[in-house]
Write a new protein. Sequence first.
Length: 365
Amino acid sequence: MADLAERIQQARRDAAAMQEQIKANKEKMHDTTLRAYSRDLPHVPKNDKMRIRRTLKGHLAKIYAMQWADKSTHIVSASQDGKLLVWDGMTTNKLAAIPLRSSWVMTCAYSPSGQFVACGGLDNICSVFNLRSRETIGRPCAELIGHVGFLACCKFLDDRHMLTSSGDMTSVLWDLEQRTKITEFTGHTGEVMSVSISPDKNTFVSGSSDATAKLWDLRIGAGSSSSSSSSSLATPGGGGGACVQTFVGHETDLNAVQYFPSGHAFGTGSDDSTCRLFDIRASREMMAYALDDVVCAVTSVAFSISGRYLFAGYDDHKCLVWDTIKGERMSSLQGHTNRVSCLGVSSDGMALCTGSWDSLLRIWA
């Protein structure tokens, strides 16, 4: 037994030494910073032309989440008035009003096909609604039950698969037709507040109140090889998901994560008043977006379609626009009278929608 204990301790020392060597090798490769490398690049002209083009009125309480439909001007929004509303962002007309059994909703999502919307919150359940079934639109066509904490975020991969994250410190990939878990992703030590799926839908990144972001492979379950080249999702019952990388840098809770359009990086927003850009291939932070006069929490982040602009919603009622490459504040969008709780860029990149605790959605262009 003493020999076995010594071997275990030696293995731990070897692992720690290898980790330090990997860290040292990464530092050798870090020969510059994004801010220094972009110093001689021309500045983007200050963008002062964005204005409020539409205001969507209809919610009666705080708006907590919104998402644009793919290849459409439609928007879904969730509010603590107990309603899930579907809008036409161009005409401002309401296309559907779905009453919810629980008004304590925290997240919503629009499927890529535009047929389904989903939401969840303090009921610990992700409820999915079929917009094309007018007779039963007020009743969920699927309820995903399995989390033991609040539902913080939900995202459709397609009409058959859903990704959720929760206050129970896990993320789960679901089969919507079977209403069953495919893979459970564990590794965070705090509530998983946000997830973002990569453009190729093979990986996702999660942000947590443990102040870290983690990259996960949707194709790899417990016991699978990380070198697998299969593009299919893990099979049901595949066990736990594989954490590929962990990113540190924030000082406190992460509230939002969003993939960069290329899929090689992602942005984060935190209670520490900063947004940050992490590069997946370099496995490190590339830029921090912060100023001395920005002292409130970041609630949500989104990139322009080119990736040059980073939009961030803040507790002080503002949405700031940052130059992603140079780390400079480009403009401040002011129009809400309460916390900007959510935002998103349309799929064609032509408009930005912000949602607020003032019960309004505003569309900027």
